[in-house]
Design a protein around this ligand. Structure first.
Ligand SMILES: Cc1ncc(C[n+]2csc(CCOP(=O)(O)OP(=O)(O)O)c2C)c(N)n1
Ligand code: SF4
Length: 246
């Protein structure tokens, strides 16, 4: 019988995920693993993970991985890629990590056109530390640091990372995807594969922004969190390719 699906080799079978039920971090980690398998790049992969729930996969993946101090993943990835140019280097960062604490490092690496890939998880909140406001928190959305909801006059507006980086000359590929439907899961994997391929071709900086859920800190069950993505997150963060120099 023809085998049409098998478990990615990049997840150790005897380990348990630390993610909450319904958290899309686990979906994305699986997609990264499948992309590495399908491209034959597992042995070349180096993940630089940020601080936060994005780090919860470190115990169960089966490729090289290093944790960078909060917000510094793009600086660490720059060093690794420059000294090991044959490696497939990617950062795995949340919105608090990449877009708040690490914004200067992130924009600077993109502006230099560093030849690595960012997998940017936009769940609109600081997950691990209990739901503080992130740069991507929606207007009106409650956070522990914005108990009445985000107010533009006080907290500024939601930050659109793909569009922000699209102001720079250097980035090669910027796409926003989600994992809220099976179709979008497939599109996310294709975007990750495209970004990895561009990197191995030496094309420079690429970023895939993935709109995901944090059911725990959103205070929603996983299914309602999918509706929240569809009805609230995606109108603010439209999906699609923002730049592709090809
Ligand atoms: C320099 C520094 N500041 C603050 C913290 C505390 N901290 C740990 S995780 C986290 C939030 C991370 O949020 P996000 O990047 O959105 O990732 P998520 O947990 O949602 O995946 C913070 C503020 C830290 N570890 N180091
Ligand atoms: S707190 Fe949120 S981001 Fe963190 S594992 Fe739970 S659902 Fe995922």
């Amino acid at each position: 019988m023809e085998k049409i699906y098998s478990r990615t080799t990049t997840i150790q079978e005897d380990k348990v995920s630390g993610f909450c039920p319904g958290c899309m971090h686990s979906t994305v980690i699986k997609l990264i693993g499948e992309a590495l398998d399908e491209l034959g790049l597992v042995d070349k992969a180096v993940c630089v993970q940020g601080i936060g729930c994005c780090g919860l996969h470190m115990d169960y993946i089966a490729y090289d991985d290093i944790t960078a101090p909060h917000g510094r993943a793009c600086a660490v990835a720059t060093g690794i890629k420059r000294t090991s140019p044959d490696s497939l280097v990617f950062t795995y960062q949340g919105d608090g990590d990449f877009a708040s604490i690490g914004l200067a490092e992130s924009v600077s690496a993109a502006n230099r056109g560093e030849n690595f890939t960012v997998i940017f998880i936009n769940n609109g909140i600081y997950g691990m530390t209990g739901g503080q406001m992130a740069p991507t928190t929606l207007l009106g959305m409650k956070a522990t640091t914005a108990p009445k909801g985000r107010i533009a006059e006080e907290h500024g507006y939601p930050m659109h990372i793909c569009e922000l980086l699209n102001q720079l000359t250097a980035p090669h590929y910027l796409e926003r995807t989600s994992c809220n439907t099976p179709q979008n899961v497939i599109k996310t994997k294709n975007a990750i594969k495209k970004a990895f391929k561009y990197q191995m071709e030496g094309k420079g900086f690429s970023l895939v922004e993935i709109v995901t859920s944090c059911p725990t800190n959103w205070g929603l069950d996983p299914l309602d969190a999918l509706d929240f993505i569809e009805q609230k997150m995606l109108p603010e963060y439209p999906l699609g390719v923002v730049r592709d120099k090809k």
